[in-house]
Design a protein around this ligand. Structure first.
Ligand SMILES: [Cu+2]
Ligand SMILES: [Zn+2]
Length: 179
């Protein structure tokens, strides 16, 4: 192989390494939350798994929650405290580092912790994958959600009632942990 061919190959490898480092620099590894049923209702088959993957701007939040009545809709949020005690009530209010009010996911001025409501399919399973721009996984950042909690509610979120959309008791809860 001549020098003319080797040089471009080295440039391509270097570019690949730089882009890999750039991705890591945007927040490092992802995070997960395993949602376990609370004692808010009995029986309570609600459970699920959520993954958080850092993006250039924001975080991809994806996963599934099962155990719902077919076709039902449920408020779904990131809550402030990473404590699922007291049937999820120990997780406090919606994650709100910017001082917003309760509203719809991605609406201007709403809580950073709003997520799109869960809607169960015919088997009672809700699957989701959404880009959330108001949060991060960045250590030390005000909008870092690691160490906070994901909460699933019994009722639908009206996106209007303060401070939590009148979405009722907390059916499932999980703390967001790195890795
Ligand atoms: Cu909530
Ligand atoms: Zn809210």
């Amino acid at each position: 192989m001549s020098r003319r061919l080797i040089a471009p190959a080295i440039v391509l490898v270097a570019a690949g390494l730089l882009s890999a480092c750039g991705t890591l620099g945007q927040g490092g590894a992802g995070a997960t939350a395993s949602l376990a049923p609370t004692g808010a209702i009995t029986p309570n088959p609600t459970m699920g798994k959520v993954t958080f993957t850092p993006l250039a701007h924001g975080v991809r939040v994806a996963g599934e929650v099962r155990g719902f009545a077919p076709g039902s809709e449920h408020g779904f949020h990131i809550h402030e405290k990473g404590d699922c005690g007291d049937n999820g009530n120990a997780s406090g209010g919606h994650f709100n580092p910017a001082g917003g009010t309760h509203g719809k996911f991605a609406a201007p001025g709403s809580h950073a912790g709003e997520l799109p409501s869960l809607v169960a399919d015919a088997n009672g399973v809700a699957k989701f994958s959404v880009e959330v721009h108001a949060i991060s996984l960045t250590e030390g950042a005000a909008n870092n959600v690691v160490g906070r909690a994901v909460v699933v509610h019994r009722d639908r979120d009206d996106y209007t009632t303060q401070p939590a959309g009148n979405s009722g008791p907390r059916l499932a809860c999980g703390v967001i942990t790195r890795g």
